[in-house]
Each structure stands twice: as C-alpha cells, then as structure tokens.
Design a binder for this molecule. Structure first.
Ligand code: ADP
Ligand code: MG
Length: 673
C-alpha cells in the first residue's frame, strides 16, 4: 500500500507530467503532499455580498454571471478574459489571466462562488484571478497555492486520495501529545485539509504548529549537543592586549567582551561554534581580526570567508594593513586570481606560510589544503548555507567556527533560530559614528533629489540610487534598475559617470562595477539590493531608495548602512508614493531609529512574521505552518518539551522516539541536500 515515503508519481491520479509539476513545488512524496497545507480556507457559511466586502482582503462571493466572457489579447502570451457577475447587492468584474480553460467553462446566467480579493475600481469593483467553484459546495474548503499548471482543485483531489494512504507514525511522542492536549497525526492531517468544523481546524493547526517547532528545535538541540562534545584545537594563550596595540582605535567594550567570549570557547578544549550578531557598522571585522590574530599566535591558521570578491578584498586589505610587521601573514584567494597566483597561494597555505587566508567560495574547492586550520570565520553568514560553513570547517581537524551576521533578529528568536550556535551580541557602536539623516518623500521630489545628488557629486562625493527587484508584472508601475539607468544616463545625469548593478549580472561583472565605484570612477550607482552586503565606500554619502515601501525595514536599514562610513555628512532619502497609513508607519520607524535590533523588532510587529523570516535568510528550512512571531508561546512550550525529552533520551534512541528521529533526519537531509 502506498505510504508516506512513496514517490508522488505512484499516487493515483498523478502521472509523469504532474509528478514533475509537483516536484517543482517541493512535493516529491505522498508525505510531502500531505504536508502541503492549504494557504487559506473558504467557509461557505461566510459569504459576503459584493457591496459589503472590504477591498484587498480574501472574500467569498456568490454571484451570477451577467455577461459573456470577453477576450482581450494584451500582447503575445497575455490574454485577459473578463466578465461581470452580480449578486443582490451589486456587480463586479472578474478578470482571468491566460486561464482559457477556466474561461471556457463559465456560463452566462449561471451562479458561482468566487474566492479572491476585491479591488475597488473607478467604474466597477474587480476580482482578479479568483478561485471559482460551482455553487453547491458547503462547509469549509481548502485553498492551495496554485499555479497555471496545477489548480487548487487538482491539489485538493490528490490530497484526498493521499489521505487514504498509510500516514506513518506520529513524530510527536504520545506522552508529549497527552501532556499538551494535542490531537494525533491522522486527525490533524484530515482536518487541516478538510476541516469538519472551525474548532477541528483550530485543533489540527495547533498540533501541526507544535509539531513543526518541536521537530525543528529537537533537531537543532541534537546538533548542538553533538558539536559540544567535539574537542577543538587548543588555543590557550591570550593575545588580546597585543592585538589592541595594533589598532588605531580602542575597542568598544562590546567588542572587547565578544573577543573574550570567543577566546573562552577556544581555550575550553571543546570546539567553538559561535555567532556574532551586530548591527551594520558595529565593528564585527575587528572582532574577527582579533580572533584570527589570537589563533595565529597560538600556531594555527584561520580561514576568513566572505560572500563576494570585493568584500574578500576589502577584508584582506584591512587585515594585511593591520598585521603588517606583526609577524602574522595574510593571503587572498578568489576566483579571479590567475592560475599561477592561485597555485602559489595554495602552496603557501598548505606549507603553513600563510596564517590567515581571506577568500570567497574559492576557499571551499577541494584542492585548497591547510597545514593546521584552527578557525573558520564566515562573514555575512546569511549568504552561505549551513553546509558551506561545515565544508570550510571540515578542512581542518577540530576547527573552531565563528560566523558573523548583520541581519538583526529579535533576541528571543535568535536563540532558537541559531539553535546550533552560541551567540554573542555586539550591542554598541564605535564612538564618533556618523548619524545619518533620513527623509521620506514622494516622487514629486525627484527633481530636487537629482539636484541634491548633483550638488554632492560636484563636491566630489558619490551616491547610490536603489530600485526594487521587479518581476515581470505589468500591473506594477515600478521602474526597474535597467530602465532607470537608461533614463538617467540619457537625461538628467547625461555627462556624469553612472554605473549599474543588479542581480542578473555575473559575480565578476558585479565585482567589476563595485570596484569602479570604490575607486571613485563611478559617481552615481544605480542598483538593486545586491549592494546590501558589507561594502565600505566612505566617500558615498547619499542613499536614495525608490519605491521604498517595497522593501522590508531591515533591508532598508542594511541599505542605509552603506553610507555614513566616512567623515562626510550622509543622508538617506526614501521615496514612496504609497498613501497607506501602514507604509507611513513603517517608513517612520526607519526615519526615527538607527538601531538595527530596534528596527527588526518593529519590522516583525508591523510586517507580520511570514515575510520577516521568509526566503531562507537564516539557513533554516522554510516553516510550512508555524510562524516564529505569532506562535511564540507554542515555540516556548515545544522548547520545554524538547529539553525534557533529551534529558531522558539524549540521542533519541528509544523506540518511542524513533518517528521523531526520522522526521528530523528528513528535515536536515532537505536542508543540506
Ligand atoms: P560591520 O560590523 O558592519 O562589519 P565594520 O567591521 O565594517 O562593521 O566596521 C565599520 C567601521 O567602523 C570600520 O571602518 C571600522 O574600521 C570602524 N571601527 C570598528 N571598530 C571600531 C572602534 N572600536 N572604534 C572606532 N572605529 C571602529
Ligand atoms: Mg561587515
């Protein structure tokens, strides 16, 4: 009989073609299909009259089709189908994009259920790409994240079939379920997809949220335990004072404390696994430099990995200058060195003639060998996966690991998210740090902003303009970096030296542009968020952000961190035409605060959790149902259960805990594979 681990291909109703589509959504087994939870539900006892609906919120409307479907070929590959539908309160227009099959099934005069967001139009209310159902449905109904190739209804049907397969053992041990009043797996899966009542949906959800956070935390705890028992290279002698003598500034007390924390780890005999969290500009590089220095003076090599060539070069320049004459030797390894240079560096490294090697992913290649690697440092860790970090450390025996992150997350969360690491926080800025003035304006200010930029360029300074990433979306009138660059270089900034930087460029191209900006050959850089990561261009004093409402607050803060790095007064200008109160609130947070942690807290509150920790910023798997912010209480409860469980069964070896163990293994396989 088909079960949890059966390939999705063998589920009744799935052929080769559908299996491919499902796999592209991450659904490769019957189990993963069952864990593909609805993104929403329609409750048919909750039908709203068209004229009572709030705009831009998911609603369910029951309406009769009162026109024929008209077809409008917008451009090749884009056909709009539209028709009107009416209930006793009024009428709306329904628009379908390219959904020919669906459009053909709509009958003039028939009544349907429409689920989607209603938008207010000048002439008429409109619902774009709704889910459409025949009337006659009742109860609570799942809505899945659909695509043109696989509708919500398709997924629903397959899920129904899958539920009759063997569901596997419950990963939450019975005792934990009992204690926390959680329903069992079968009930949960049935009711998350096809809830019998609102209450049973709530029970199912509570259990699945608990389960997800429970498995995640158990996995992290196991990982941490395992690492704790490993012995680390012995770094016994402290050279912090000597290191401080090399600096041109005194360490902040936060920097000093974090260096001590690292040293204590390395001197303990066990291996260090530490994350340094510190806002942009808090001086993480100096801390890493200190730890590398201490390591070198104890006779071990360090590897310092950065996500881009330019950042690696910057760190190399900083460290070589700092350690000049101290006897500690630095090297640089990046993809763009010549074959000969690479060979020499690798030779020096394996012979132990280099103490600190700074580099990019190039450090991970197989033929990079160390003489005595004692410490692996990763800068901007969110740009690397857990696996890459591990790969670097694996180049030595008992290698200490230090990772640095400038993506501040609320403290409570950090402990859990980075469950396999110990955390040090740099919660202080170097003295004399520039305060940056931040302004929020609408696009009527463009002319003035351009003049402002020109004035600064005339004084020899440089500026950034950042545009949001744009997907193909004809409905959003947003300037893409490309178009904007063309427009400005032919118009307003004709005769100036402009640069363009975006994510579609290769790493080499990006580095080349960034280097020219750093060398002051580019006066104005038009970019997408690719400039977010740690580059130091002290002469850049303006950061103009177009459509600022499209960015997360933490991202805006990171972008702003690119300026205010030199002795000149710096300003950040946020442009937004959004009229919403929510946007105004968000942008005001940025305007009012220069503290990344504070901003992260506000971001979490305002933006909602889904977005905040979305897109795998932290090397953790995407959460399917739980959500770090609103499920904080469950997170805590599950954490307590994890600790209790591991006291009794440290390595999850008992029979009762086997299903949990398997669930964890599956999760981490995904993460590392
Ligand atoms: P980040 O934490 O964002 O990586 P950096 O390490 O790039 O920050 O440091 C930002 C700037 O602050 C650098 O120019 C660095 O030289 C300077 N800096 C670091 N620590 C101190 C300090 N204790 N006193 C003064 N300036 C410092
Ligand atoms: Mg940095």
């Amino acid at each position: 009989m088909a079960s949890n681990n059966t390939d999705i291909r063998y589920l009744k109703g799935v052929g080769e073609k559908r299996a491919e589509i499902l796999k592209s959504k991450g659904i490769d087994t019957i189990g993963t299909l069952l864990r593909f939870y609805p993104r929403d539900y329609i409750d048919y006892s909750d039908i709203t009259p068209i004229y009572d609906c709030f705009f831009n919120m998911n609603v369910c409307i029951k309406a009769r089709v009162t026109s024929y479907v008209s077809e409008d070929k917008k451009r090749p590959g884009m056909v709009l189908y539209s028709f009107t539908a009416e209930d006793s309160s009024g009428s709306m227009q329904v628009v379908l994009f390219n959904q020919k099959y669906l459009a053909n099934k709509i009958n003039f005069g028939s009544e349907y259920l429409f689920y989607g967001k209603l938008e207010g139009g000048y002439y008429m209310r409109t619902m774009k790409s709704p889910e459409i159902f025949e009337v006659g449905y009742s109860g609570i109904h799942p809505i899945y994240k659909a695509s043109a190739k696989m509708s919500s209804k398709n997924i629903e049907k397959l899920t129904k079939t899958a539920l009759s397969c063997s569901l596997g053992d419950d990963p939450i041990p019975q005792s934990v379920r009992d204690k926390n009043g959680l329903c069992d797996l079968a009930f949960a899966l049935e009711n998350i997809h096809f809830p019998r009542t609102k209450e049973s949906l709530a029970r199912a959800k509570r259990r699945l949220v608990f389960e997800e956070l429970f498995i995640l935390q158990t996995g992290l705890a196991l990982l941490k335990n395992k690492k704790r028992t490993l012995s680390g290279s012995v770094i016994k002698r402290d050279f912090k004072a000597e290191f401080e003598g090399l600096l041109s500034f005194p360490l902040t007390s936060a920097q000093s404390r974090v260096i001590d924390e690292c040293f204590a780890d390395m001197a303990s005999g066990r291996v260090m696994n530490r994350l340094i969290q510190g806002d942009v500009g808090s001086g993480k590089t100096a801390v890493a430099a200190a730890v590398c220095y201490i390591t070198a003076k104890n006779g071990y090599q360090s590897a310092f990995m950065a996500p881009t060539e330019i950042l690696a070069e910057q760190h190399f320049a900083t460290l070589s200058a700092l350690f000049e004459g101290s006897g500690v030797k630095c090297g640089l390894l990046t993809g763009s060195l010549t074959a000969k240079q690479k060979r020499e560096i690798k030779e020096d490294l394996s012979q132990g003639r280099i103490d600190i090697i700074v580099g990019t992913h190039a450090l991970l290649t197989d033929n990079v060998e160390f003489n005595s690697l004692g410490l692996a440092v990763t800068d901007e860790q969110h740009r690397f996966g857990v696996a890459q970090r591990a790969k670097l450390a694996a180049k030595g025996k008992n290698t200490h690991t230090l990772v640095m992150s400038a993506t501040p997350i609320p403290r409570t969360l950090a402990l859990i998210i980075h469950g396999d690491l110990d955390i040090s926080i740099i919660d202080e800025y170097p003295k004399g740090r520039q305060s940056i003035d931040t302004y929020c304006v609408d696009s009527s200010y463009h002319k003035r902003i351009y003049n402002f930029i020109k004035k600064h360029i005339a004084e020899g300074r440089q500026a950034y303009i950042v545009c949001p990433l744009v997907e193909e979306n004809e409905e959003l009138d947003i300037k893409s970096a490309n178009e904007y660059f063309d427009e400005l270089s032919k118009g307003e900034f004709k005769g100036y030296s402009l640069g363009l930087l975006h994510g579609k460029m290769s790493g080499k191209e990006k580095d080349a542009v960034m280097r020219r900006f750093k060398d002051d050959e580019i006066q104005l850089l038009i970019a997408t968020t690719v400039i977010e990561v740690g580059i130091d261009v002290p002469n850049a004093v303006l950061m103009v952000i177009e459509n600022a409402d499209r960015f997360g607050l933490s991202q805006l803060h990171q972008l702003r961190g690119r300026i205010g790095r030199g002795k000149h007064k710096s300003s950040c200008i946020l442009i937004s035409d959004s009229k919403s109160e929510e946007t105004a609130k968000r942008l005001n947070v940025i305007k009012a605060s220069n503290d990344g942690f504070n901003i992260a807290d506000e971001d979490l509150k305002l933006r909602g959790p889904g977005d905040f920790l979305g897109n795998r910023q932290h090397g953790l798997p995407d959460l399917k149902i739980a959500d770090f912010a609103s499920d904080m209480e469950t997170l805590r409860l599950a954490g307590a259960e994890v600790r209790a469980l591991l006291i009794d069964d440290r390595n999850l070896e008992s029979k009762d805990n086997r299903p949990l163990r398997e669930a964890i293994e599956e999760l981490y396989q995904k993460l590392n594979g």
